[in-house]
Design a protein around this ligand. Structure first.
Ligand SMILES: [Zn+2]
Length: 431
């Protein structure tokens, strides 16, 4: 807290404060018992204590000094229903100043879309004239508007230069993925990103098991040594029930296996996001999914009512209706061969004949029709025959474009080294 305040002070104030601190130290170190020194004497005797004729500044003096020529930045938090005019009015600024600031240029238009909770910092002089305005756009960009000599305003965007460092996380699943990932210090965004990267290979809702492990290398962005934000996951490995999946980020923003096959595939493993699935695999052990699948030719995802259900792949809605057995349900045709079926919605989000993209919300989990509780019943058909979506072999992923193959091979080699290094480091740490 104190350090933060100090950081914001101009250098000369810092010097003053540290001077004051040093002076206090001198005062404290001076013994109470002092010897009298001759005022005229220039020579000081060894071992004799002398009074030091110094005036002690009180902390109030310091505060006044700081206030005198410290810039008067004032923060205004954007409230619900706020706009620039309202905030300027609260700050005691005239409508003319609002107008001139809003017309300061293209970048000033960003002030028209301020959201509640954001902050506006204003520097106002004694004549109630705005000198400067600062508005944080992103973690690295700040809009600054300054008054010019001619009493107009000019805008500038202040961009922090970022250095990228690499960090790593590694975890083992004991109860569920979320807990293991949190324990491994992964951020919420990285947890969701990791599940997304492997979402075509692993059913995070039903297929994770105790002992599954993950290993992640991700970027961290710094500005002059100060941590600013997390960056992307650049490499990740997930071992699910003994099977190893590895993903490397390419320059195109997509993930590929180290051999250069896209992680992205025609079908998602699970049409619901794992974070909505309430029970952990420990509870599900009493309901062997394989047996259940044989009994009713589908996979059940127990989830909270209203949980969004995604289209497992790109396709066309061939049925979207209600009946007393299936409740609200949606069928999607994917190319010639595949059909996916989704039953018991509380509400449908698509219409018959509509084209849908993979991951698009097509309805919401419910318990309509013959259902004992809220869950998604999911079926996967190949050439009209029900197949277990968890075990059926699906179309192979596309390889990386030929022109990218060489550069990707270099990236992959480097990333695999990073992944293996993190494993070694973690092993050493856990020893
Ligand atoms: Zn079912």
């Amino acid at each position: 807290m104190v350090q933060k305040t100090l950081k914001r002070l101009p250098a000369k104030h810092k010097a003053l404060l540290s001077g004051f601190a040093a002076f206090l130290l001198v005062i404290l170190l001076l013994p109470t018992e002092t010897a009298k020194a001759s005022k005229t004497s220039q020579i000081l005797d060894l071992g004799v204590r002398y009074d030091v004729p110094l005036q002690i500044a009180t902390s109030q003096d310091i505060a006044e000094y700081l206030e005198e020529d410290s810039p008067q930045w004032t923060s205004f938090v954007v409230k619900k229903g706020d706009n620039l005019a309202k905030i300027f009015k609260r700050a005691g600024l005239s409508p003319q100043q609002t107008y001139r600031v809003s017309k300061a240029g293209k970048d000033a238009e960003k002030l028209l879309t301020m959201r509640p909770g954001e902050q506006l910092e204003l520097l106002i002089d004694d004549n109630k004239q705005l000198n400067s305005l600062r508005y944080t756009l992103t973690s690295t960009q700040t809009l600054q508007i300054d008054r010019t000599d001619k009493n107009t305003f000019k805008t500038a965007i202040d961009t922090k230069q970022l250095d990228t460092r690499y960090s790593y996380a590694q975890g083992e699943i004991t109860s569920n993925f979320w807990n293991a990932a949190v324990k491994a210090n992964l951020s919420q965004n990285h947890i969701m990103a990791l599940a997304g990267i492997f979402g075509w290979d692993i059913d995070f809702a039903l297929e994770l098991r105790e002992g599954d492990t993950f290993n992640v290398v991700y970027e961290e962005h710094f500005n002059q040594g100060e941590f600013i934000e997390n960056g992307k996951i650049v490499a990740a490995e997930f071992i699910n029930q003994g099977e190893i999946f590895t993903a490397i980020l390419h320059e195109d923003g997509n993930y590929y296996t180290p051999e250069g096959r896209s992680m992205r595939k025609s079908f998602l493993r699970a049409p619901v996001n794992f974070s909505h699935i309430s029970s952990s695999f420990k509870k599900r052990r009493f309901h062997p999914v394989q047996k259940r699948w044989k009994a009713h030719r589908g996979v059940d995802y127990a989830a909270k009512r209203g949980t969004p259900v995604m289209a497992a792949g790109d396709g066309k809605v061939i049925r979207a209706t209600y009946d007393k057995y299936n409740g609200h349900h949606v069928f999607i045709q994917h190319g010639e061969k595949y059909v996916t079926k989704y039953l018991h919605f509380t509400k449908r989000a698509v219409k018959k004949g509509q084209s849908v993209k993979q991951g698009e919300t097509i309805g919401y989990v419910g318990a309509t029709g013959l259902a004992s509780g809220p869950h998604l019943h999911y079926e996967f058909l190949v050439n009209g025959v029900h197949r277990n979506p968890r075990t059926v072999s699906l179309p192979k992923a596309r390889p990386i474009a030929k022109k990218d193959a060489d550069i990707f091979a270099q990236i992959a080699e480097k990333r695999m080294q990073q992944l293996n290094n993190t494993k070694r480091i973690m092993l050493a740490m856990n020893r």
